[in-house]
Design a protein around this ligand. Structure first.
Ligand code: PGA
Length: 246
């Protein structure tokens, strides 16, 4: 595992964008796995700049997002589809038809999950997956206790995640309680993975993910099983590491 420790969010965005751009520029049809949340925003800002400067080309890219709340329509301001449109897709030369976000309004969410797996398989898998991490060590909406072999599935959010995400909603009662998420097994099949983290509140989760035992109680620790992972993290998020970055 590679750990890149950066001084601030701007550098986090730049370093992460360099890694994503290298993958984009090495494929005729790059398949990107994308994440929502506040952490990847500096990455998306930088990718938008690179697209405008013709240093990368989104027009041939295909994207798959990690997750979506169940029950939020695409035009809901807290839906992940809306987030991706506003923070990336509306600003780059991508064909929206090639952007995939799980359908939170699917009539049969379980059937949708199987279809999502097939869509990823049909394009030959994900070339690079971007991940954030929850303060409890979750990746996507794979909460502690999720099987390390899990595939795309419907999941109940934990009280901690509902609390963490309530900052985006008017009231905590408005936060959806279920989501569709790629599984940990799905994520581990990406050819390359970058995990981004900033802030002291992620320091415990980062230390456990990188230096703790591999356990379903810390879903991000499963990344230790993957051959090509880079953590791009700020100094405060790295502050509890004992070995990496020292
Ligand atoms: P954040 O969320 O980037 O908003 O901190 C990350 C996550 O919960 O996966």
């Amino acid at each position: 595992m590679k750990v890149v420790i950066v001084k601030d969010k701007k550098e986090l965005g730049q370093r992460a964008a360099e890694i994503v751009a290298a993958v984009m520029n090495s494929r005729s049809t790059p398949v990107l796995g994308l994440a929502t949340g506040s952490t990847p925003l500096p990455l998306y800002e930088r990718l938008i700049q690179l697209d405008k400067q013709n240093k990368i080309d989104f027009s041939t890219a295909v994207t798959f997002n990690l997750d979506e709340y169940v029950g939020l329509p695409p035009d809901h301001h807290q839906s992940y589809r809306y987030f991706m449109d506003k923070n990336l897709f509306d600003h780059v030369r991508i064909n929206k038809k090639n952007t995939h976000v799980p359908d939170g309004m699917a009539k049969d969410p379980d059937a949708f999950c199987c279809a999502y797996e097939e869509m990823i398989e049909d394009v030959g898998g994900i070339d690079i997956q971007v991940l954030g991490i929850g303060s409890n060590g979750h990746i996507a909406f794979n909460e502690p206790g999720t099987s390390l072999g899990s595939r795309t599935h419907v999941t109940e959010l934990t009280a901690q995640t509902i609390k963490d995400n309530s900052r985006f909603f008017a009231r905590i009662e408005d936060v959806p309680t279920r989501a569709i998420t790629m599984g940990i097994g799905t994520i581990l099949e990406a050819e390359e993975i970058i995990l981004l983290a900033s802030g002291e509140n992620k320091a415990d989760a980062i230390a456990k993910a990188l230096e703790g035992p591999i356990t379903c109680m810390v879903p991000a620790s499963a990344l230790q099983l993957h051959p090509k992972v880079t953590f791009v993290i700020t100094r405060d998020a790295a502050s509890k590491l004992q070995h990496f970055g020292k």
